[in-house]
Design a protein around this ligand. Structure first.
Ligand SMILES: *Cc1c(COP(=O)(O)O)cnc(C)c1O
Length: 369
């Protein structure tokens, strides 16, 4: 069959290996599997979110409230924005997809960092657009600006903090960068890990309301999949100017977020205590990952997220190490596909991290190379 030529060249996104696959492939008991691969919340989600889903379960025969009123009100209150400045998607992924379709076409361009969230270029490629990458592991805004002048992209992606490296630009540097970008270029600021960054260091904190107040060409993205622990519910959002939100709405399929997802997100948003516990534990455990790396000559990038990236240098090969860990039921993310000899590890609960440390200790001692 002949397909749209654009999709012939597309690669399928490779998500972190699901637990079910490791159970089947290696015959490991599901309770023995430690999944540190997808930046999920190791503490699960707010018990209030679970309660709200149970309470709403009898409503699943009805279509969802397509105005998404309750969750919209919650997010508007949280951020100090108007309903017209907000769109809710099935994950912030879906909002990225809307934005790409709103701006891109065959021959269009996006600009992104060389190493960043893989979905940007996948959605861009689906629209027939090409991808300009500013080189280097970390965002270099000066080189991005040079490339912007040279290529005049339709969209610029800034991931703050960045996945899969964990580093984060300062909010003021992002603002100063956007200041120099023309109004017709959409700047997407992906704040999937902003809760973590803001907790760790105030100068990393982005205020979406202030940002979209100042610039009418910015789309800020947030998600319930990370700090709120609702990855399985698929809820994310975009905050932007009324004009941009209107355009994105034209691309939104009706009922794109389910009833149970909407109620779970609304309840999770209210449970600040759960999120605060998550953030505190994350950075306490992060210290152990930093110490472990130091003790083994492994390089780290300072992380403002719920994961840490280990730069393995000459110590071992990232694919060999992650495969060996997988056989023991420990799932991490090999970054070889990004051209890095590195692994990305989601910060787990203390006992999960213990498993990771002792397994890596053993593997390195016995020469996992
Ligand atoms: C996880 C993630 C997202 C979106 O996740 P959804 O589950 O689709 O909301 C977006 N950007 C980055 C950088 C992420 O890591």
């Amino acid at each position: 069959m002949k397909f749209n030529p654009v999709i012939e060249h597309l690669k399928t996104y490779e998500p972190g290996k699901p637990i079910e696959l490791v159970v089947r492939e290696f015959g490991i008991d599901p309770s023995d599997i430690v999944k540190l691969a997808s930046n999920e919340n190791p503490f699960g989600c707010s018990p209030k979110a679970i309660e709200s889903v149970k309470d709403a379960a009898h409503l699943m025969y009805r279509y969802p409230d397509d105005t998404m009123m309750a969750l919209k009100e919650g997010l508007c209150d949280r951020f100090g924005i108007l309903g017209e400045q907000l769109i809710i998607g099935a994950g912030s992924d879906q909002v990225i997809e809307f934005a790409c379709h709103a701006k891109l076409y065959g021959g269009a361009k996006i600009l992104q960092n060389e190493i960043t969230f893989a979905m940007y270029q996948i959605y861009a490629a689906q629209c027939g657009a090409s991808v300009i990458k500013s080189p280097g592991m970390l965002h270099d805004l000066d080189s991005m600006y040079e490339l912007y002048l040279e290529h005049e992209p339709e969209i610029i992606f800034i991931c703050a903090p960045n996945n899969p490296t964990g580093d984060c630009l300062d909010a003021v540097d992002i603002e100063n960068f956007i200041e120099r970008i023309d109004n017709n270029t959409l700047v997407i600021v992906d704040g999937a890990y902003q809760e973590y960054a803001a907790y760790k260091e105030s100068k990393k904190r982005i205020d979406p309301a202030a940002l979209v107040e100042k610039f009418d060409n910015v789309l800020y993205l947030g998600t319930f999949s990370k700090a709120y622990g609702l990855g399985g519910m698929r809820v994310g959002y975009g905050i932007s100017s009324k004009e941009i939100i209107r355009a994105l709405y034209k691309l939104r399929p009706p009922f794109n977020v389910t009833t149970l997802s909407l109620v779970a997100a609304r309840a999770a948003l209210e449970d600040d205590a759960f999120v605060q516990m998550t953030l505190k534990e994350c950075f306490e455990q992060m210290k152990r990952f930093e110490d472990f790396a130091r003790g083994h000559g492994i390089g780290v990038i300072e992380s403002y997220t719920n994961f840490i990236t280990y730069l393995l240098k000459g110590i071992t090969d990232s694919t060999v190490l992650s495969d060996a860990l997988l056989r023991q039921g420990i799932i991490v993310r090999d970054l070889k596909g990004y051209g890095l000899n590195a692994i990305r590890i989601t910060i787990g609960r203390a006992e999960e991290n213990d498993r990771f440390f002792s397994a890596v200790d053993n593997l390195l001692e016995n020469g996992a190379q």
